[in-house]
Design a binder for this molecule. Structure first.
Ligand code: S3P
Length: 425
């Protein structure tokens, strides 16, 4: 696919597609609630389709599936049944990891698999803590999907998270809902807290203190939720608005959850104009983010900040390439275990565009310049790399040929129609 530099600024009010993390949770948590879960402004993407298929395979019904309103009806966790076939989570890490925690309590056999990328991603991080709660779970080669879970009764306990991962934290907390006693998760670095917020909103007995979350076993009650826009999807347009002179972007009804806005805080620190306006605090903060260009200077990002902008780090590479001075990302080795090795795929693609960027074991360092040249770049099957490169094309000096752009449908199927629409306003 050939992509051309934009000739106009980005001036728009824009409501991004529903948040991926929150839509996954609304869909997956319906299993634990008897009755109808209403989901407004859900993200409709390939990753979410995997979660929808999964809950349907164990007995949840999708009774309404309109573009902006879904209703899922669960008979209640205790009336669900084992799936009658292997469950394919495709490319979705959130589906396989969160579902592992849920299926830990479902009597019967669950086999979870995924595509080539998912079957290479680390699963020991969920297998080990769940096994410590007494869950009968195993993976191929000790730590890869397919995963086999013989669900049923398991015990409570205290689990110190092996990695800073909201997916792993969520898997353990969800297993806590069907344990015989409470489950406590200890996390050293805070990660996105959508699971805690939704468990609370759905009636779970959950307590959250600094670095420690405890959930009592129980069942949930259904809720109606309006999914905030996805700040990770909106970050592509925010990058463009920060880089294209004369731009002005208002991102409407977007998640402003503190665990998700690290990218926007960094953008502000780099010198872009960024404003946050909180509109709805519960169940998960939603508001407006305004972005306009500024003189950008390089920044240094360390491990504490990484979880709050983990999915946006490829964009930090692009921003660093066009900022004044050096930008450095450290403590981000988790990026190597995403849909692609995002340290490597960010670095090689930006190098193709003439950027001086160096791969580090746990991140990268990039020296800013004032142009990007064209070239042939590759998403490597990774939606976020594909979108970062499409934004690079928009701010480049020359056209760019993007290979593998179809991966973008994983999280943002309407990306290119938004791209064309926003380019012509
Ligand atoms: C997610 C958490 C993050 C993120 C992923 C979605 C979630 O992964 O990269 O896109 O919904 O909990 P980790 O928590 O494994 O870092």
């Amino acid at each position: 696919m050939k992509l051309f530099p934009w000739t106009r600024p980005l001036v728009s009010r824009f409501r991004p597609p529903g948040d991926k993390s929150i839509t996954h949770r609304a869909v997956l948590f319906s299993t634990l609630a008897e009755g109808a879960v209403e989901i407004y402004h859900p993200l409709d993407s390939l990753d979410i389709a995997a979660s929808l298929r999964l809950v349907q395979s164990v007995g949840v019904e999708l009774i309404q599936h309109q573009p902006d309103a879904w209703v899922l009806r669960s008979p209640g966790f205790d009336k669900l049944h084992e799936a009658d076939d292997v469950i394919n989570c495709d490319n979705s890490g959130t589906t396989i990891r969160l579902a592992s925690g849920i299926l830990a309590g479902l009597p019967g056999l669950s086999v979870l698999t995924g595509d080539n990328s998912l079957r290479r991603r680390p699963m020991a991080r969920v297998i080990d803590p769940l096994a410590r709660l007494g869950v009968d779970i195993a993976g191929r080669d000790a730590g890869l999907a397919p995963l086999v879970i013989k669900g049923g009764v398991h015990r409570g306990g205290v689990i110190a998270l092996p990695v800073a991962s909201a997916q792993v934290k969520s898997a353990v907390l969800l297993a806590g809902m069907t344990a015989s006693q409470s489950v406590t998760v200890q996390e050293k670095t805070p990660t996105r807290d959508h699971t805690e917020r939704f468990l609370h909103a759905m009636g779970a007995n959950i307590s959250v203190a600094a670095g420690q979350i405890t959930v009592e076993p129980g069942r949930l009650h259904p809720i109606a939720v309006t999914v905030p826009g996805d700040p990770s999807s909106a970050a592509f347009w925010a990058t463009l608005a920060a880089l294209l002179p004369g731009s002005s972007l208002v991102i409407e009804q977007v998640s402003v959850n503190p665990g998700r806005v690290g990218f926007y805080q960094v953008l502000q620190k780099m010198g872009a104009h960024v404003e946050f306006r909180l509109q709805r605090p519960d169940p998960d903060p939603m508001g407006e983010i305004v972005v306009a260009p500024g003189q950008l200077t390089g920044v240094s990002i360390g491990p504490k900040l990484v979880p709050s902008l983990i999915d946006e780090l490829p964009l930090i590479g692009l921003l660093g390439a066009l900022a004044h001075g050096k930008t450095e990302v450290r403590g981000a080795e988790e990026l190597r275990f995403k849909e692609s090795d995002r340290i490597h795929t960010t670095v090689v693609n930006l190098q193709t565009l003439g950027v001086e960027i160096r791969e580090l074991p746990d991140g990268f360092e990039v020296w800013g310049q004032n142009f990007l040249r064209g070239g042939v770049v590759d998403a490597y099957g990774d939606h976020r790399i594909g979108m970062m490169l499409a934004i690079a094309a928009a701010v480049s000096q020359e056209p760019l040929e993007l290979l593998g752009g179809d991966a973008i449908a994983i999280s943002y199927p309407k990306f290119f129609s938004d791209y064309q629409r926003l380019a012509s306003v």
